[in-house]
Design a protein around this ligand. Structure first.
Ligand code: UDP
Length: 267
């Protein structure tokens, strides 16, 4: 695989001054605990200005090495959380340990609680037809105060964007969760956010599948051991190509290039 991190002119501007952002193979990740992330997201929503949160997992870092648009988008994100045990291990190996991780699923539960407490409206976009609705029902059963602005499967294809923008704007959400998988979901947000009038947008991958119960999540003990990938390999063997990117390829890239100064600096 070719590794090509070139300098870009992307402007890295963390959501809050003083935020520590580390680099793994040139991809920025903010050193924040789950509580700190939530506090920043609350402030972001209250500001009413658009913010983009990305949950960076090892596959994102591998994709960023060969996809310049994705790399630039990641550099411009307002907040980048560590999603995945591999990211924590790599950060420690590189001498820049992170204090916490926030996965897409955890983030969604926490955001649902925040929205319920504060009266923020949430929109769930993406996943197969019916899945976002099912996930919304599960979230609402847990947090009865939660206001669902809307749910829609739709498609990440650019020709659907005008319709989706109109749909989302009409429902006035404060938070937009987009589940089209990477890199499409975050590129979708980057292309559309300026005309959405939504203060917080985040790509959440397969989260709606997990929350709706369509796809079982690895038990907590397996997640804590960093073995979620093995569980996925057994439950969803068709993902083997992606698991190679997430585990051996990511590890090899970090060991081979991670400590080189060019990869330890942010664009
Ligand atoms: N998805 C979708 N439309 C597409 C491609 C994907 O709605 O054109 C959804 C898919 O149904 C799933 C999610 O995007 O719910 C991607 O899940 P995955 O676990 O692959 O996400 P990742 O591993 O990237 O977080």
């Amino acid at each position: 695989m070719m590794v090509a991190v070139e300098p870009t002119n992307a402007h890295v501007e963390p959501m809050t001054a003083g935020q520590r952002r580390i680099a793994i193979l040139g991809v920025g990740i903010d050193d924040l605990t789950e509580r700190e992330v939530l506090a920043r997201l609350d402030a972001a929503i209250r500001s009413r200005r658009p913010h983009h949160l990305v949950t960076v997992n090892p596959e994102f870092v591998v994709e960023a090495q060969v996809n310049p648009d994705f790399r630039t988008m990641l550099a411009r994100a307002d907040l980048a959380t560590a999603d995945g045990f591999g990211i924590l291990l790599a950060a420690r190996y590189l001498g820049t340990p992170l204090r916490g991780r926030v996965t897409g699923v955890d983030l969604t539960w926490q955001l649902a609680r925040l929205c319920a407490d504060r009266g923020y409206r949430i929109f769930l976009l993406g996943a197969a037809p019916g899945v976002a609705e099912a996930a919304a029902a599960v979230l609402q059963a847990r947090y009865p105060q939660l206001v669902i602005a809307g749910t829609y499967a739709g498609s990440p294809q650019p020709r659907h964007e005008p319709f989706l923008r109109q749909l989302i704007r009409a429902t006035h959400p404060d938070v937009l969760l987009v589940a089209y998988g990477h890199p499409q979901q975050d590129l979708w947000i980057a292309r559309n956010q300026s005309s959405l009038q939504v203060p917080l947008a985040a790509g959440v991958g397969g989260t709606f599948d997990y929350i709706s119960g369509r796809v079982p999540r690895a038990p907590a003990a397996i997640r804590r051991m960093g073995m979620e990938w093995a569980y996925r390999l057994i439950r969803q063997p068709q993902r083997w190509r992606r698991i190679i990117n997430a585990v051996p390829r990511f590890a090899w890239l970090v060991l081979r290039y991670g400590r080189q100064p060019a990869y330890q600096t942010l664009p």
